[in-house]
Unconditional design. Structure first.
Length: 412
């Protein structure tokens, strides 16, 4: 079988949608030399609204993107009542039929040799379908939280277990995710599991001077700036970071905390800043343009995202933002839960703290505010860590996984 056959990547989360997995798939496609064809939605499954900017993104992309309206049903669970549930099931069936027809057409016309499924639970049926297609290899790309978080659609994780065991290859993004997958699938699969840690685009994320217009816009002139760039979700730990910041700014009034991003937890974070008496010192930048993202990282003297695991198992699978900050020359503070310790080595490119402890976070923030020499050491070492994590090597490793011969199955 030729190793040059195209690879179809099916991804619900894909640019211009923001998020770690979207960044991963975009970088894999860009680094694959045209071998990856992406199948993505033009409507967001989170709210059923059109994805703003997808045409512009696809027109500028260096790889081919095919869009269907939806690859999965919109997140409303079907609602209450028999009629709404039936409508939900009918919509799901139509989506699957259209996706199956597109998949079979691309396999035939493009001579696709491998299909990578980028959403484990909602797209599990695709892996089952691929098992019936001779010569087509199936790859499941696993980030971590999809198998650690409680999910009413898969309460016992049996669906995830069966899908992973049915896949020809499984890619995991961190040692944390590797351990979670091994615990779920049991023995006999190690040869089909490959660790490809997330990377960073070092050509895009580079150190630069703080932009004067942004310093003026956010009133950060002559300030020491802590910065966070992420979706505003509880697991990111920005609430505890704000509480810790309140302690630091009490002794260092020149400090500011710039929070970049939007999300369901934003109102709670704004309330937290008010309750802590630091609403004037915590700046919520909202969602910034992609063209301005690097400049916002570079406003920071220290990056802070003390992620933590939630009671339902939701946690950070890796933490791409840590490498992006490092690549911009900014040392980081990360939580120790989940896969962030694969991105951040304590005392090397940042500090790793207990994300459940405001005391620990405040101590780390205070140390990096006060010790310029230590901060500079973390900055230099962070640049080296980021340089070693460039996406080009990751994309090559992914292609190698996709080109492997279909494994001989044994009874499980």
């Amino acid at each position: 079988m030729s190793k040059a056959r195209p690879i179809l990547l099916i991804a619900n989360n894909f640019p211009p949608v923001r998020g770690g997995s979207a960044v991963v798939y975009d970088n894999l496609a860009r680094g694959a030399g045209g071998r990856i064809i992406v199948l993505a939605p033009s409507i967001a499954y989170t709210d059923g609204l059109p994805t703003i900017g997808w045409r512009e993104h696809d027109r500028m992309a260096s790889y081919r993107v095919i869009r269907l309206p939806l690859l999965r049903t919109v997140l409303d669970g079907g609602g209450e009542g028999w009629l709404r549930r039936q409508r939900f099931r009918a919509a799901d069936l139509l989506i699957r039929l259209r996706l199956t027809a597109t998949l079979l057409r691309l396999i035939r016309t493009e001579r696709v040799g491998a299909v990578c499924v980028g959403e484990l639970i909602a797209s599990s049926w695709i892996v089952t379908l691929l098992a019936w297609l001779p010569g087509i290899r199936s790859i499941a790309y696993v980030h971590g939280e999809e198998i650690t978080t409680d999910d009413g659609f898969d309460p016992t994780h049996r669906r995830a277990h069966d899908t992973l065991r049915a896949a020809d290859q499984v890619v995991v993004v961190s040692r944390f995710t590797l351990g979670a997958v091994r615990a779920l699938v049991g023995e006999g699969m190690d040869r089909r599991i490959t660790l490809i840690e997330n990377g960073v685009d070092t050509r895009r994320f580079r150190p630069q001077e703080k932009r004067a217009d942004l310093l003026e816009e956010y009133r950060l002139q002559d300030c020491f700036v802590f910065v966070a760039v992420c979706r505003l979700l509880e697991k990111k730990g920005i609430d505890h970071a704000i509480r810790a910041f309140a302690r630091v700014v009490a002794t260092h009034p020149d400090c500011r905390f710039l929070v970049v991003g939007t999300g369901a937890y934003e109102a709670a974070l704004r309330a937290c800043a008010r309750e802590e008496g630091v609403a004037a010192q915590v700046v919520f930048a909202g969602d910034v343009a992609e063209s301005d993202l690097v400049a916002h990282y570079c406003l920071g003297d220290t990056f802070v995202m003390p992620n933590r695991e939630l009671p339902n198992g939701d946690t950070e699978g890796f933490g791409l933002v840590f490498l992006e900050a490092n690549s911009c020359g900014v040392p980081v503070i990360a939580g120790r839960d989940g896969g962030s310790r694969d991105a951040v080595q304590d005392g090397v490119n940042g500090l790793v703290v207990n994300g459940h402890s405001v005391d620990d976070i405040a101590a780390a923030m205070g140390r990096l505010r006060e010790d310029a020499g230590f901060r500079e050491s973390l900055r230099r070492q962070g640049l080296a860590v980021a340089a070693a994590a460039d996406w080009s090597g990751r994309a090559s490793a992914f292609l190698d996984v996709c080109d492997r011969e279909r494994p001989v199955r044994t009874a499980s």
